[in-house]
Design a protein around this ligand. Structure first.
Ligand SMILES: Cc1cc2nc3c(=O)[nH]c(=O)nc-3n(C[C@H](O)[C@H](O)[C@H](O)COP(=O)(O)OP(=O)(O)OC[C@H]3O[C@@H](n4cnc5c(N)ncnc54)[C@H](O)[C@@H]3O)c2cc1C
Length: 300
């Protein structure tokens, strides 16, 4: 396990923003999980598990955080279930784009809708990430979860509650980390998979600022028929700038760091958007991006 002191959050988030945590524990092998409780007790810091940081908005300044990051990239196994179905077992530190390319080369289908999402597998599951009508949660057979109380244990899909960018493995207690996932996927022609992925990426690129410093969608869609982007756009917020932070010109629900953005500016933009949408539509927007302000809570 590697231990990094004073890790910079701007280097660990796609929004390129945020202050300094106190410590980062980087998991390289299974045995490292056993060392985590000791560090948690010893340091007395607030644990925050991070993936690729592509859905995080982190406060500036010194933060009493203990970052935990699964760095195991290449742990993928597959098992053929029948002529159509295949089981894929992967470590959740694996980057989603790397995993999707790997599946495509093996002729394994089911996650093509997730193309262009820059997270790690663990973050994608924790956020029940989805696009083009598919969510990763629908493909899960079971997940391996680590808790300080029980170590590693498998949780079957029946015990997992999934929702709109929500994943709840039904674990009681404080911290849990998804460490592995078993997905049920399908065989499909490699060229067809590649074509679907390319088409999806092309569509995504024309409607979302995928190459900017962004944290993805700031707000959840209030319901499947009403997009937060539409509400923000209707309130004149597309392209709205606050210091070094702005809502994208391409998609009003994407927040961008346009240069030296500060978290205070991002929070101001969020408050303004909520106020305008409430005043015009009487709707309370809920954040999709995970806001980290020292004392991290999954419920923010
Ligand atoms: C350009 C861009 C496009 C995007 N497009 C989409 C999209 O189309 N659809 C979509 O759903 N999202 C989208 N996102 C948002 C984001 O990429 C996804 O939510 C992604 O799955 C987050 O993964 P991550 O590894 O970056 O998680 P992080 O941002 O690091 O963490 C997000 C949350 O997951 C938790 N978490 C991370 N890893 C674990 C773990 N192993 N165990 C338990 N909890 C964990 C963190 O504590 C945090 O609460 C986009 C983001 C960007 C920047």
């Amino acid at each position: 396990m590697q231990i990094v002191a004073n890790p910079e959050m701007k280097d660990r988030t796609t929004l390129k923003m945020g202050g300094r945590a106190q410590l980062e524990l980087r998991i390289d092998q299974e045995i490292d999980w056993e060392k985590i409780p000791g560090w948690m007790e010893q340091e007395g810091l607030n644990p925050l598990v991070i993936g690729h940081g592509s859905n995080l908005l982190v406060q500036d300044g010194n933060l009493p955080l203990l970052l935990i990051k699964d760095c195991r990239q290449r742990l993928v196994e597959v098992e053929e279930l029948d002529e159509n179905r295949v089981k894929a077992l992967a470590a959740t530190g694996c980057r989603l784009p790397v995993f999707l390319s790997w599946l495509q080369r093996k002729g394994i289908s089911g996650l093509e809708g997730l193309v262009g999402i820059p997270g790690c597998l663990g973050g994608a599951i924790a956020m029940n990430a989805g696009s083009f009508g598919r969510e990763i949660g629908n493909m899960i057979k079971r997940v391996q979860i680590w808790t300080p109380e029980h170590g590693l244990e498998w949780v079957d899909k029946d015990a997992i509650q999934l929702g709109n960018r929500e994943f709840d493995p039904g674990i009681k207690g404080s911290s849990w980390i998804i460490t592995r996932v078993e997905l049920e996927l399908f065989f499909r022609d490699k060229r067809e998979i590649l074509k679907t992925m390319k088409d999806n990426y092309r569509r995504k690129k024309t409607t979302q600022p995928v190459t900017s410093n962004t944290c993805g969608c700031v707000f959840k869609n209030p319901d499947p028929e009403m997009s937060a982007g539409y509400l923000l756009d209707s309130c004149g917020l597309k392209g709205h700038v606050c210091g070094g932070v702005a809502f994208s010109e391409l998609h009003a629900n994407f927040m961008i760091n346009i240069g030296n953005g500060k978290s205070a500016e991002a929070f101001e933009l969020i408050s303004l958007a909520r106020e305008r949408v409430y005043n015009r539509f009487h709707m309370d927007l809920q954040t999709e991006v995970k806001v980290v302000q020292g004392q991290y809570s999954r419920d923010i």
